[in-house]
Design a protein around this ligand. Sequence first.
Ligand code: ZN
Length: 508
Amino acid sequence: MPLPLTPRHHVRRRRAAAALFACAASLSLLSASAPAVPLGIGDRLFPHLGNPGYDVLSYDLALTYSGRNDQPLQAVTTLNARITAGLERINLDFSHGTVRSVEVDGRPAAFTGAGEDLVITPGDGLRAGDLSRITVRHTSDPVAGDREGGWVRTADGLALANQADAAHLVFPCNDHPSDKAMFTFRVTAPEGHTVVANGLPDGVEHTGGATTWTYRTRHPMATELAQVSVGRSTVVHRTGPHGLPLRDVVPARHRAKAEPWLARTADQISWMEEKAGRFPFATYGMLLADASTGFALETQTLSLFEREMFTDPALPAWYVESIMVHELAHQWFGNSVSPRTWSDLWLNEGHATWYEALYAEEKGGGSLEARMKAAYRASDGRRAAGGPPAAPEPPEPGRKTGIFRPNVYAGGALVLYALREEIGRTAFERLERAWVTRHRDGTAGTSDFVRLASETAGRDLTGFLHPWLYGATTPPMPGHPEWKTAARDAPPARRPVPHAHRAGVSRE
Ligand SMILES: [Zn+2]
């Protein structure tokens, strides 16, 4: 789910990096004399995200929180990477903090900034097949510059919201969902604070008024799905289906009001498991952030929500629960199976919206068919405004989360509905399970989905699905020849969706 973003100025870090570059350079010979340039892996929507030549296997993030969320955290990010091509330099994505030093395999390395990249020149070049360890000492600044995303400052601390391209505002990384890795978080905070991050706890250590909390993921994760919550929170534990440990993170003073909602998660997981198979991770829970984010976000094993959603009595129960299910469904669709490129975002949001709508239907929130009919009506206008579901238009400059348009949410769900109408419910349900089983802990794209759909249905569905995924106009809906799209001049979906759940309900 999106954050409205604006371009960031890099002046501060560039200056700092340049100053430090001078002293680091004396420690290592610079073999590459050409100017450092920002690199990317060629994502058509975010050309500078990710970097070529290596595959990160694991991240270790050590963060020290001062107790104030308007001050930079001191940070050490260590990453282990397999080098996949000969490199004289290694680029990481990082653009909002001061870098103090960089080591490659234990030796000081020169570094500088270029665009949103930290460009590192080790003393010796790196060869394909090498395993390399890179350690960056830096700050991580929760005060957003001109751009939002990354740290979210809450009433009592911090949380993270990195999707789609903001993890590298927080820590140096290969910031693209196609490079998943294992994560360890070691976060030190003053007594009185509670820290929770993705994955399972792996120790708590008290030293002189501060506590260091360690968490480890048990499954690979994309950088955009990292979560670190620091606050005056209560952690509520319970047990989910087949012994799955659940833990919710709630501002201590709101615990009682939130409790009836938190208690629903276990049944929602069972409901999703009937549809998609076993929950894909080792734990789950909700993080209720005391902040006005305007969105919810499926951070892996610990989904982020606005606290207010659970303390505002005006919201109908079916609605709140269907948003909980939207983020829960992402744990299968989007997290365990990550998009290969950001153009594959409809596979995340289409599926999450699909299960959100199915759940809402069961809870009195209106029928799936009515919702799909409304989405069909809006579809041509949305395609004209933001591109078809699987080939969304690039974000407008300064509004990178402009890719989170209704056409990947309701529009993506509409593709799934059309497919179900075409191949029948039984084959469709088999496909859904096969998708998350085959690509579990991996990345997959639209062509993989078309292939698996064809395999499952026993016939080539390319000719059927491509117009739905890539067409400028909406094909006829199988089984509903009477469905019509509104005229092209109907209200378009130019505006980024501020809130998947608000969009889902109020616009459809
Ligand atoms: Zn979503």
